[in-house]
Design a protein around this ligand. Structure first.
Ligand SMILES: Cc1cc2nc3c(=O)[nH]c(=O)nc-3n(C[C@H](O)[C@H](O)[C@H](O)COP(=O)(O)OP(=O)(O)OC[C@H]3O[C@@H](n4cnc5c(N)ncnc54)[C@H](O)[C@@H]3O)c2cc1C
Length: 398
């Protein structure tokens, strides 16, 4: 894009990565996205291409074979990929969160064991907090692990695992009753290694099948059932139980920047489609872009794209600078996802009846945008996080 969503002060390396990814998206993703999405087909060739580009190891430190890039680089790459097809950004997102959690919280052995193979994409990550009875209320997790000698025995059901079938490593948050007063202090993250696939993939571990979704197709989203599943105590993330909630929240915080970046990518694409269509379609003797009502829609859409992009970049840069970004990541996610729903709807309306046809890309974007209002915490949860942070910051001194 010539003018919108530019980012100041990028290094030469960042610019090179982004231009490589953009041309990959234009050549390898956009031309195939419609067909793969409508057929709910896993984008194997696209994923292989991303592996070759090193995208699975983008933020993994160089000592473990990754590119050692920043959260900002990662977020800008996600923005480019989601501009092509959100499902592809879904393939890398859970992987990125799990790699980040291992990098931040893993024992030296866990880092050595997983990160080099995650950098190449040989090991692919999924993360699992949600259960059939809860999503927002994470501290209420019921799936339980009970210590038995050198291992734990896990029972319970998890829900909504993006990449549940295609991944080979699941970071799963479960209850380990440690007697702590606060429920979230009894939660532990386990690093569950498994083969890719569906059905009973290991003794006591079943991935029942793909959930049929409204959009976000191609990438698999699944349940996961533990039934007397035995896992070694060395697979507790960081080695000590009871730290899972904080570890997951750290992962979800960077995940929120990523969801904001996805929303930016989809909004950019929706704008591109609208601005092109509005100059081609004529009504009442002139291109619809020359009707002020449509031109103003374009102006509003572009303004929303800019605001979302700037907030997303700000949240990523704060994290990269080692500062807290919980409020800023929540704001970026809230604004970018709500604007994305608006911008895709505006683009859809500009397309008139054709927007309702499956031949037009905007039909797919319309089904992708709503997920962003839910994933990595709903808008209501973002407002809770933002207001809590602000009240702490602006609390009255008594
Ligand atoms: C396609 C898809 C992929 C997903 N991938 C993953 C994944 O990879 N890993 C994973 O762990 N989860 C995943 N999820 C789950 C997702 O994180 C949850 O759906 C989300 O957190 C919301 O939880 P819920 O669906 O249980 O809704 P609920 O928590 O039941 O919320 C229902 C409604 O109530 C509102 N609400 C809840 N609590 C409050 C409150 N205190 N104040 C005000 N309003 C409130 C919510 O905002 C929402 O509008 C995925 C979901 C989808 C749809």
């Amino acid at each position: 894009m010539a003018r919108l969503a530019q980012t100041a002060d990028l290094t030469d390396v960042q610019q090179e990565i982004l231009s490589t990814v953009r041309s990959f998206v234009d050549k390898e993703i956009i031309p195939h996205a419609q067909e793969l999405e409508h057929g709910d087909v896993y984008p194997t060739e696209i994923v292989d291409g991303l592996k070759e580009l090193g995208i699975f190891g983008l933020m993994i430190p160089e000592e473990y074979g990754g590119l050692g890039e920043s959260l900002l680089t990662y977020a800008l790459v996600v923005e480019e990929i989601a501009r092509g097809w959100m499902s592809v950004s879904g393939v890398i997102n859970t992987h990125f969160i799990v790699a980040y959690m291992i990098r931040q919280h893993g024992t030296p052995e866990q880092k050595e064991h997983f990160l080099p193979r995650m950098a190449t994409g040989e090991v692919r990550g999924a993360f699992s907090m949600s259960e059939p009875g809860l999503g927002s209320d994470v501290a209420g997790i019921r799936t339980k692990a009970v210590r038995d000698g050198d291992s734990y025995v896990v029972d319970g059901q998890k829900m909504w695992l993006t990449n549940g079938g295609s991944s080979t490593l699941v970071a799963a948050l479960v209850r380990t009753d440690l007697g702590a007063d606060k429920p979230h202090q009894n939660l532990t993250t386990f690093l569950v290694e498994k083969p890719a696939g569906f059905g009973t993939v290991a003794p006591g571990l079943t991935i029942p099948g793909k959930i049929d979704k409204m959009g976000y197709k191609g990438v698999d989203t699944t349940e996961l059932v533990f039934d007397g599943y035995r896992i070694g105590a060395d697979m507790v993330l960081g080695g000590e139980p009871g730290r899972g909630f904080a570890q997951m929240m750290d992962g979800v915080e960077v995940g929120r920047v990523n969801v904001a970046a996805r929303a930016c990518g989809i909004s950019i694409r929706a704008f591109e489609l609208a601005v092109e269509y509005a100059q081609q379609r004529e009504t009442f003797g002139k291109p619809i872009a020359q009707h002020q009502a449509i031109a103003f829609q374009l102006a509003e859409m572009a303004t929303k794209v800019e605001a979302s992009h700037l907030m997303m970049v700000n949240a990523a840069r704060l994290k990269d600078a080692g500062q807290r970004n919980d409020v800023e990541a929540g704001m970026a996610k809230l604004l970018a996802s709500e604007y994305c729903a608006e911008v895709t709807t505006q683009s859809f309306r500009i397309h008139g009846g054709y927007g309702y046809s499956k031949e037009y890309e905007i039909e797919r974007l319309m089904r992708e945008a709503p997920f962003l209002l839910i994933g990595e915490g709903t808008s209501e949860i973002q407002k809770t996080i933002i207001s809590r942070g602000l009240l702490k910051e602006y609390g009255l001194r008594r």
